[in-house]
Design a protein around this ligand. Structure first.
Ligand code: NAD
Ligand code: TYD
Length: 355
């Protein structure tokens, strides 16, 4: 890969969450000497245990703080001579956005605007700068049985979560158009892999199977999601940061569509084998429950622009990625127990009953 932009100091927001921590764990070994400052407020979804691999690295610094805190962001940008912001920090769970949308607007919209404004002012005294907004295919809304989201698909978000991400993406666009501020915007499909919080479909199913708890499948289970390994997403973000032309949007996806019920069945079967249960035993835990309000039917990403222009392709096959992910959860039960206790516990028990 011929790199055009090689930052020496980056600010990663939300680096203690699922994708942000995987990104830092991926980026630091491949970019020795690049300073990585991780700004994260540590909500229920943030966990510093995700980052033990980089903790002692002198190029790494963690700062507990809020992306909505303008003076803090300004100070960090200046004192660390930041040349790029990779912005992951967000409220990320659709179900939570349905019961409590306000925090989604605060973090995802106001937080992004705060980062944009501080970065824009800081970039005026920085020879080269990039602001990379990590977004989601959910901003495009829902597909019927055919077709794919391209970068030209109009934004039509349906949940408070996706609406707040679309709002942030539009601010990113406006900063580029109005101020010629060098932004990049990625929109990725559903991720899976290690450190995924067990409120999202795949890790929730693994966790509930381990506990022999019901596996709640929403509606008819025929909604479709397009799954990509989080390490492939991390590699794509690095590539867009270094090679993407400012002002551009890049879709990221692995061409890997699954109906929810098929993925739940697959996870059940793989865990039957690993837990020494009889074939079909875990499938017996599947419980169809009331559908999610405004549930998007199908997501599917056309990532051909990223392949054509920047040469990115996923490295993982789903077969290998899902097996590895299940094995990671089996080997990291302590991590799971820790994240489902604490502030998350109350929410989990409300949803799924006592543990
Ligand atoms: P996550 O919920 O696991 O992590 C979010 C992180 O942001 C947490 O560490 C949290 O503490 C931090 N955070 C929240 N509010 C903050 C604030 N005010 N200030 C500082 N830090 C704050 O989320 P994720 O799944 O890792 O998603 C990361 C990003 O990727 C999000 O922007 C999300 O929209 C996007 N995305 C996620 C997926 C997916 O499948 N999970 C797919 C595409 C895009
Ligand atoms: P989720 O992991 O929450 O991601 P997103 O809503 O951002 O796509 O959900 C993935 C799919 O799985 C979605 O169609 C909703 C469905 N789902 C269930 O059927 N049961 C569950 O318990 C959860 C959390 C999700």
């Amino acid at each position: 890969m011929q790199e055009k932009f090689i930052p020496t100091s980056i600010l990663v927001t939300g680096g203690a969450g699922f994708i942000g921590s995987n990104f830092i764990n991926h980026f630091m070994p491949g970019n020795p000497g690049c300073r990585v400052v991780n700004l994260d407020i540590l909500t229920y979804a943030g966990n510093l245990k995700n980052l033990t691999g980089v903790e002692g690295n002198p190029d790494y610094r963690f700062v507990k703080g809020d992306i909505c805190d303008g003076p803090l962001v300004e100070k960090l940008l200046a004192e660390e001579r930041i040349e790029a912001v990779v912005h992951f920090a967000a409220e990320s769970h659709v179900d939570r956005s349905i019961t409590g949308p306000e925090i989604f607007v605060r973090t995802n919209v106001l937080g992004t605007q705060t980062l944009l404004e501080a970065s824009r002012l800081h970039a005026q005294n920085t020879p080269e700068f990039r602001f990379l907004q990590v977004s989601t295919d959910e901003v495009y809304g829902s597909l019927g049985p055919e077709g794919y989201f391209t970068e030209e698909t109009p934004l039509a978000p349906n949940s408070p979560y996706s609406a707040s991400k679309a709002g942030a993406d539009l601010l990113v666009r406006a900063y580029h158009e109005t101020y010629q501020f060098p932004t990049l915007n990625t929109r990725c499909s559903n991720n899976y892999g290690p450190y995924h919080f067990p409120e999202k479909l795949i890790p929730l199913m693994i966790h509930n199977i381990m506990k022999r708890r019901p596996l709640p499948v929403y509606g008819d289970g025929l909604n479709v999601r397009d799954w990509l390994h989080v390490k492939d997403h991390s590699a794509a973000i690095e590539r867009v940061l270094k090679l993407g032309k400012p002002g551009e949007i890049f879709n990221i996806g692995g061409n890997n569509e699954w109906k929810n019920i098929d993925i739940v069945n697959l996870v059940c079967d793989l865990l039957d084998q690993r837990l020494g249960r009889s074939p079909g035993e875990n499938r017996g835990l599947i419980t169809f429950v009331k559908d999610r309000a405004g549930h998007d039917r199908r997501y599917a990403i056309d990532a051909s622009k990223l392949k054509r222009e920047l040469g990115w392709e996923p490295a993982y096959t789903f077969e290998v990625g899902i097996a590895e992910t299940i094995d990671w959860y089996l080997a990291h039960q302590e991590w799971v127990e820790e994240v489902v206790s604490g502030s998350y516990r109350e929410y989990y028990e409300r949803q799924y009953g006592e543990r």
